[in-house]
Ligand binder design. Sequence first.
Ligand SMILES: *Cc1c(COP(=O)(O)O)cnc(C)c1O
Length: 408
Amino acid sequence: MRSVYLDNNATTRVDPEVVQTMLPFFTDQFANPSSGHNFGSSASAAITTARRQLQALIGAEFEHEIVFTSGGTESDNAAILSALEIMPDRTQIVTSVVEHPAVLTLCAHLEKRHGIKVHRIPVDQHGRLDLQAYRMALSPHVAIVSIMWANNETGTIFPVAQLASLAKEVGAIFHTDAVQAVGKLPIHLKSSAIDMLSLSGHKLHGPKGIGALWVRRGVRFEAMIKGGHQERGRRAGTANTAGIVGLGKAAELALKFMEDENGRVRSLRDRLEKELLQRIPDAFVTGTPLERLPNTSNIAFEQVEADGILLHLDRYGIACSSGSACTSDSPEPSHVLTAMNIPHISALGVIRFSLSRDNCDDDIDYVLDVLPGIVSDLRGSSSVTPKRAKRRRPLGFVDPKEKGRNPS
Ligand SMILES: *Cc1c(COP(=O)(O)O)cnc(C)c1O
């Protein structure tokens, strides 16, 4: 049976070149990079190389602006908590309703337990941020704005450069969760007003458990993880040399494949999307059609449950993900689709296809062969009726019990 992996926004395959680059750091070059001996300095030199590779990918001015972390979630947490600590007289956060749980769950916690006021900026039905609500939320009470560069479910890209300039005007720190953008979109931090950026290795063909927070030089920073003086006192704990070296190599390769991502991968995505919509009636794309990641297509198939589609696709060896989760006895649309006001009945049938440079034309042909039949069969026996459509959740509501769902 063929196997086709179209769930790259959840995680990507580690590039074999990345694996090769990492291997010596488990064996010969195992030394602690903070050690003064020769073994240590050679590990430390490898980390410097990785920092420069990452610096090149995101267009940072100084390599030491990069702080290695355990991944996107840690970077997001570290950014927000740092801003609140260095500006104790500012007690508000501005974020969006469609952020990743790494940001939303922390914000809900800070709101509930630490009296922080959280502004969650809404989006329209295409997933575009409400700029007027954004401007209104900004004030000198805001410590940090945390808005994602690109959404992991719909692929919608936010105008972060513009948002950052507006945040500057009220003296707030601007952080962006760019986990889905880094490696897919050209990024030039040097010439932007962005202060902090999160990225993650496993979303760009690097290893899991490694990521980075970029902190612009001059932006004050308080370490979340306290201990030794690693990462210039910004992230304690013995450096994950192999992971860092792997992330560096992944960054170098991402730069090399950037054109492929925005050319070949984008046209694969466009063909998949266009032909699915031609062959399957009552289906539509969610999110902005143009301001979108080149690899992501989030499609609502009306009158059918996404879980059923996923199950059948899985039997054919096709992996993708849905825009809903079964939290109790019945499926609920994701917070992103709910925030976009996608009718419940359509949102329950949303499938996310996320491609990568590992995909080829044959993968798309295979999905196009298989999926129309699956949807029409399921529709023939569909249990999705308007009667089952359930109450809608308030915008931006994140159920803590839900943590773990939709891990991208
Ligand atoms: C995957 C993802 C994260 C979490 O990154 P981890 O490295 O898995 O912790 C955060 N934000 C977005 C937008 C993501 O897609």
